[in-house]
Ligand binder design. Structure first.
Ligand code: GLU
Length: 482
């Protein structure tokens, strides 16, 4: 039987706790998760905290919070444990020591006896001679016994061309200069990333490594280590770089490589962010842009991951979010409108009636806060205060003419029994067309809203109700007549 057919897929997301999660990290986690889900596999969250100098406090909680917000789950991890616990590399030092010793015993790792100063001299010399600095050119003939205080280095026995296959990039190769006696364990006793991740992937049974393209250049070293340990290596799945909106350089902070939880704060929906991120560097083919998470899992295939850089376009994220938010329930909208209301004294009677208006206008929840800030919603719940001049259509200055039009509007609307935007429009249309639509609809809209920009007067009148509408029209007539 083919081994691959029965092998359980195991993927992992292995972030270093060195700061917040940005879109790049999240996309790596997402693809690893999608692949595990698609194949009924296992997804592991492993925290690579062996670089104590770069560690940022609170990062682990932040990583977990970000993934949870997006709905990316794991079957084993620091917060839930699992058969391969612990999942923090700093708690797995014994495993690394064990494999380090195996390599020492095999004669494939040795203690680095040099001081920083001595290394610097080697480096300078290489620079002067215009050749790349390779530690293996200075490998000591009789290294001291490794006592744990010196760095431990891998001995590259065959510095040859390395060839390997990447499930996305295809066949890759690198020359012997990519191979050097790299450090496995530092003098502080912590393993390097290069070493620790290989031991952990082995012990955790990882079958597929999803990661960013910055690791391609180190892959020959990883392969040398797999060979030295005589272990089968997992498949490499290298994701395309995420490029800024111009498509020319990698996404930087200035074009939106921000903390993923900022999207949460701004009122993006996790399902929209997942949809958007899935399509940065992968596409199932076809024109469709909106996919549920289940659809994405169903369609996800490594073969469809792109090799070239994938553009990050925040406008597209906004568009995607709008597509999702418009399908949110009235209850969700009401909750957000209420919570974001800055005026706690305002009674939001009839709030359900403004849901369609808000739904049509927002792309992210925080747009509702902007609507409140801009005064786009208050007039639905309290009489607007405005200058009489606002009631006069542009180019007119005769109060009595506008008052006359509003009086006619009042008369017509008093007889309306339906009170729908449509019937209000129908009733007013003939008169407005006869005397000039702007002459009638402008003062009607401004007296209802107190604003020069707002939804159309028919919609507003419907939401306000007949009594309130007639009352506001009446007040405007009075003002104009003073
Ligand atoms: N700890 C590495 C990082 O955060 C992970 C790389 C990998 O997935 O192997 O960049």
């Amino acid at each position: 039987m083919n081994d691959n057919m029965t092998e359980k897929i195991v993927t992992r997301f292995a972030p270093s706790p060195t700061g917040f999660m940005h879109v790049g990290g999240v996309r790596t986690a997402l693809y690893a998760w999608l692949f595990a889900k698609k194949n009924n596999g296992t997804m592991i969250l492993r925290i690579e905290d062996t670089d104590k100098e770069r560690e940022v406090e609170g990062s682990i909680e932040h990583i977990i919070k970000s993934l949870k917000w997006l709905g990316i789950t794991w079957d084993e991890g620091p917060d839930i444990g699992g058969p391969n616990a612990p999942y923090l590399q700093s708690q797995r030092l014994d495993s690394y020591k064990k494999y380090a010793k195996i390599l020492v015993e095999k004669g494939l790792a040795y203690a680095d006896p040099y001081s920083e100063e001595e290394l610097e001299i080697f480096r300078k010399k290489a620079e002067e001679e215009k050749r790349p600095f390779l530690f293996r050119d200075h490998r000591p003939l009789n290294p001291p016994a490794w006592d744990g205080t010196q760095p431990l280095r891998l001995k590259i026995v065959n510095a040859e061309k390395t060839k390997w296959h990447d499930l996305v990039r295809g066949d890759l190769e690198a020359g012997p200069e990519a191979l050097d006696d790299f450090i496995l364990v530092k003098s502080d006793g912590y393993p390097t990333y290069n070493f620790a991740h290989i031991i952990d992937d082995l012990l955790m049974g990882v079958t597929h490594i999803f990661r960013a393209d910055e690791f391609i250049s180190s892959t020959p070293k990883f392969i040398a280590l797999y060979n030295a340990l005589e272990i089968k290596r997992p498949e490499f799945v290298t994701l395309p770089p995420i490029m800024g909106p111009d498509g020319k350089k990698k996404l930087g902070k200035r074009d939106g490589a921000k903390d993923i939880l900022d999207y949460q704060k701004e009122g993006y929906l996790p399902e929209a962010v997942i949809n958007f991120l899935s399509l940065i560097g992968w596409n199932p083919g076809g024109e469709k842009e909106i996919f549920s998470v289940d659809e994405i899992i169903e369609l996800f295939e490594i073969e469809k991951i792109h090799t070239g850089g994938a553009k990050f376009n925040e406008d597209k994220l906004l568009w995607t979010n709008k597509e999702y938010i418009k399908n949110k329930s009235d209850i969700d909208f009401i909750k957000e409108i209420k919570e974001r209301n800055p005026r706690k004294d305002l009674t939001l009677d009839g709030i359900e009636k403004i849901v369609p208006i808000v739904r049509e206008r927002i792309a992210i929840w925080s747009d509702i806060s902007l609507m409140w800030q801009n005064g786009e919603l208050q007039f639905f719940f309290e009489k607007p205060i405005y200058e009489k001049a606002l009631l006069l259509p542009k180019g007119t200055n005769d109060n009595s003419v506008t008052a006359k039009h509003l009086l006619k509007v009042k008369e017509i609307l008093e007889n309306n029994v339906d009170w729908s935007a449509e019937s209000i429009k129908n009733d007013l249309w003939d008169y407005a067309s006869e005397v000039g639509r702007g002459n009638v609809l402008w003062p009607l809209r401004t007296c209802l809203t107190g604003r020069d920009k707002s939804p159309d007067p028919f919609t507003v009148a419907e939401v306000l109700g007949k009594t309130e509408t007639l009352s506001r029209v009446g007040e405007a007539i009075n003002q104009l007549n003073i």
